[in-house]
Design a protein around this ligand. Structure first.
Ligand code: FPP
Length: 258
């Protein structure tokens, strides 16, 4: 375990990368970064590999990105790993993606623990295979007292369903007298969403050249800064994350003001 932790630190310690990280840390970094990790299939196709090879490579990038996010002092990193619509994919691909949390956490959980990362998940748990959910719940349990980066996997997540469910809970609470109409404002509504414990994302990143949200955090991204890149997720490097954050640091956020 120690060896792995060392390798990890060394990766972020190459002198140019270290200098860039230190430079970026001089300015405020986004507290919450959300990423739509796209392009795994195309990455594999370009190499005449099966699509699942792209997902496997993408999993390795999850590790690097998590480490750097933690190093930079981000509070939350939300990764869109599987949407409520992704069940439409071929069974072998779905089965493979559902095995990735086990592989990822089976290999890297000790590193996440050692680096004070807290694992969380948002999405519909009941449809997930038992083995997938067990791996995630075990990781959540083992990291629940950690105080560093929250690594939040969006797994079987869909924003419209999330909002609709929130509306149903609001109606329930209204009907049972727990909630008054006058108490329902944006902040109160947010507390019914799966992200109730998190600040909204400051920065959204999407890889692979697609410029759309694909049912991801539609309420929460209302005032986020967006950064799109043509880079396919398996090719997404530490430099790309740093570039996105540098761009974010130059943006003027007005939240509707002037
Ligand atoms: C989108 O690319 C990617 C996914 C639907 C899966 C993302 C999963 C990972 C990156 C690994 C997750 C790792 C863990 C630990 C859960 P695509 O397949 O739609 O790519 P394409 O648009 O090129 O076909």
């Amino acid at each position: 375990m120690l060896n792995k932790i060392k390798i990890w630190k060394n990766q972020n310690n190459s002198s140019t990368l270290r200098d860039k990280i230190e430079g970026i840390k001089k300015l405020p970094v986004p507290e919450h970064v959300a990423i739509i990790m796209d392009g795994n299939g195309r990455w594999a196709k370009k190499r005449a590999l099966p699509r699942i090879a792209g997902h496997h490579e993408g999993m390795k990038v999850v590790r690097k990105t998590t480490m750097l996010a933690n190093d930079l002092g981000l509070k939350v990193l939300t990764l869109y790993a599987f949407s409520t619509e992704n069940w439409k994919r071929p069974k072998n691909e779905v089965d493979y993606i559902m095995k990735l949390p086990e592989e990822f956490l089976g290999t890297f959980l000790p590193e996440l623990v050692a680096n004070n990362v807290q694992v969380k998940m948002m999405g519909y748990k009941h449809q997930l295979p038992k083995h997938t959910l067990n791996a995630i719940e075990k990781a959540m349990e083992q990291t629940k007292n950690n105080t560093g980066l929250v690594l939040n996997f969006a797994l079987n997540y869909g924003s419209r369903a999330e909002i609709l469910d929130a509306v149903k809970q609001v109606l329930n609470d209204y009907n049972s007298g727990i909630l008054k109409e006058t108490d329902l404002n944006e902040e109160a509504f947010s507390s019914y969403l799966m992200t109730s414990n998190f600040k909204d994302p400051d920065l959204l990143i999407r890889t692979s050249g697609e410029i759309r949200l694909s049912n991801f955090m539609l309420w929460q991204l209302a005032y986020s800064e967006f950064w799109f890149t043509d880079v396919l997720w398996p090719d997404f490097s530490e430099d790309h994350l740093l570039e996105a954050i540098e761009v974010f640091q130059k943006r003027q956020r007005r939240f509707g003001g002037i």
